[in-house]
Design a protein around this ligand. Structure first.
Ligand code: GLA
Length: 342
């Protein structure tokens, strides 16, 4: 309704373990976090005006299903316009966004923006439709053929729970996150670079591997050994990562943080050596974290190529994460995205 005020919120997510598995039909163990993007404003017929405290310049455009998204400036407006097309929006809004989520850090700021914008348009479909819409908007906006990890975590997050997602059928199982553990995130200071083209290349390799040996989540190391060169290493990462996710979920349920932490550190080594998406800065951070008392394990989180590392810690082990690299956070598993008419 024209003039109707609204406020929406979409959290970011941190992936505890299981990266570069979603688009290969594998498994991951993420949670939504208490850093995110909120948008407040009023509905308005036919146009969008959105400003942000985290991103430069105001996005303004008239709603038009035939809009040329590549021409929208500032660039972050392309996410907004892509969502408008996906929602088939007739009603727009004048609004402002506030964000506590760092951009380009592997904590899903673009997916959070897409989901928050979809809710701002008054999206009223099911949560699964909302997640799928966000994924299509990402492809439409910037051409990144992402999986569903970010969108499912953001939409289906639950306070004090991590979630095991099986991307074979997008089934979600919640796992209570122990009260006596902290999730610590440290920013490496490296904004993600080259991620888009390399991301698509990794995804294509995984798809090729699936064609040759079937679903990687079920592949044995003997199956993987029939592949050659880089393809073998990419597939080995996905196959072993899925097994690590299963084991980490069991260990979390059994309140065994030592095993979860070890699996996280093994995951980092696999992303570094087999999937080649780490950087020396991320590697050093993981090593450094693992020398600190009360840290069970650490790994890069998200697509890699820069961004953040995540560590599983005893509660209070690292009191001031920002003191370690300049930017850091202790986060708690949080509820998923929500909208509220006011
Ligand atoms: C990005 C993508 C996700 C996922 C991760 C890696 O965050 O958007 O779909 O592939 O990288 O796990």
């Amino acid at each position: 309704m024209n003039g109707q005020a609204f406020t929406v919120h979409a959290p970011g997510r941190v992936n505890l373990i299981g990266d570069h598995t979603d688009y290969a039909g594998g498994l991951a163990l993420p949670c939504a976090i208490d850093l995110g993007i909120s948008i407040s404003g009023t509905h308005e017929q036919g146009r969008v005006e959105l400003s942000s405290d985290a991103l430069a310049d105001t996005v303004t455009f008239d709603l038009d299903p035939a809009v040329n998204i590549a021409l929208i400036e500032p660039q972050w407006g392309r996410y907004v316009a892509a969502v408008a097309v996906e929602v088939n929006a007739a009603q727009g809004f004048t609004a402002s966004a506030t964000s506590t989520l760092p951009t380009g850090a592997g904590l899903s700021s673009s997916a959070a923006l897409e989901i928050a914008v979809a809710l701002s348009f008054g999206f009223s479909g099911s949560p699964m439709e909302l997640a799928l819409l966000g994924q299509r908007a990402e492809l439409r906006a910037v051409g990144v053929p992402c999986g569903l990890l970010d969108q499912l975590s953001i939409v289906f997050g639950r306070a004090e729970n991590a979630m095991v997602i099986d991307f074979a059928d997008n089934a979600i199982e919640y796992v209570a996150f122990p009260n006596d553990l902290d999730i610590v995130i440290l920013h490496s200071g490296q904004e993600r670079q080259l991620a888009d083209s390399e991301y698509a290349e990794r995804r294509a390799s995984c798809e090729l591997a699936v064609k040759q040996i079937g679903p990687l989540a079920q592949a044995s190391l003997t199956d993987v050994a029939t592949l050659e060169g880089d393809l073998q290493r990419r597939a080995r990462h996905v196959a072993t990562e899925c097994e690590r996710v299963r084991n980490a979920a069991t260990a979390l349920r059994n309140n065994d943080p030592i095993t979860v932490g070890d699996l996280m550190t093994q995951s980092h080594a696999s992303l570094r050596d087999d999937f080649n998406v780490s950087t020396s800065v991320l590697d050093e951070l993981v090593e450094r974290l693992n020398t600190l008392s009360g840290v069970y394990g650490a790994r890069l989180t998200g697509a890699g190529f820069g961004g953040c590392v995540v560590a599983l810690c005893e509660r209070g082990a690292i009191n001031e994460p920002a003191a370690l690299t300049g930017r850091g956070w202790i986060v708690r598993p949080s509820d998923g995205a929500r909208q509220r008419a006011i």
